[in-house]
Design a protein around this ligand. Structure first.
Ligand code: RP5
Length: 174
């Protein structure tokens, strides 16, 4: 039976933490926040830089599980240490989103995040918006393991996506 008493994003304590290295990452990471909101998953959003605010990162990662978070989504660009450093300090699953950088188009971010040595995993997503959306969908899938309302929302989201795919392509407008 579906539990419709599950929490709403407005009132409930956050289950997913979205962190990013800079304000400039928000343009990408807001897609993770929007996706979680659409699925009814309560999330918190913070700027936490591995380089510029290392103590804030330490405090965030060390307290994440005790504060009730179940997953962390970490987005960063360039020398993107944030997801790996966060994963080193929390037992929670960490999903890393490589933010597209100006000079190297996010390849630097991707390689920084994906090439973790064995023992400290970061689930690494695609560069940019696709990665942010998919990180949110994966985070929701983790939350859904214990929250039937989120599981139902995820099923509905997928069904809507399937329904939105036309059978035949149409010509673009001239
Ligand atoms: C990283 O440096 C951030 O994650 C961001 O993607 C990148 C550039 O930051 P800003 O110079 O725009 O603040 O730490």
């Amino acid at each position: 039976m579906t539990d419709h008493t599950a929490s709403t994003p407005e009132t409930a304590p956050p289950r997913v933490g979205i962190i990013m290295g800079s304000q400039s990452d928000w343009e990408t990471m807001r897609h993770a926040a929007d996706t979680l909101a659409a699925l009814g998953v309560p999330a918190e959003v913070r700027i936490v830089s591995a380089h510029r605010t290392p103590r804030r990162l330490y405090e965030y990662a060390e307290t994440a599980r005790a504060r009730g978070l179940q997953v962390v989504i970490a987005g960063a660009g360039g020398a993107a240490h944030l997801p790996g450093m966060c994963a080193a300090m929390t037992p929670l699953p960490v999903f890393g989103v490589p933010v597209e950088s100006r000079t190297l188009k996010g390849l630097d971010s991707l390689l920084s995040i994906v090439q973790m040595p064995a023992g400290v995993p970061v689930g690494t997503l695609a560069i940019g918006r696709a990665g942010a959306v998919n990180a949110a969908l994966l985070a929701a899938a983790v939350v859904a393991l214990r929250d039937p309302a989120v599981a139902e929302a995820l099923d509905a989201w997928r069904a809507r996506q399937t329904d939105a795919v036309a059978l035949e392509p149409v010509d673009p407008p001239e």
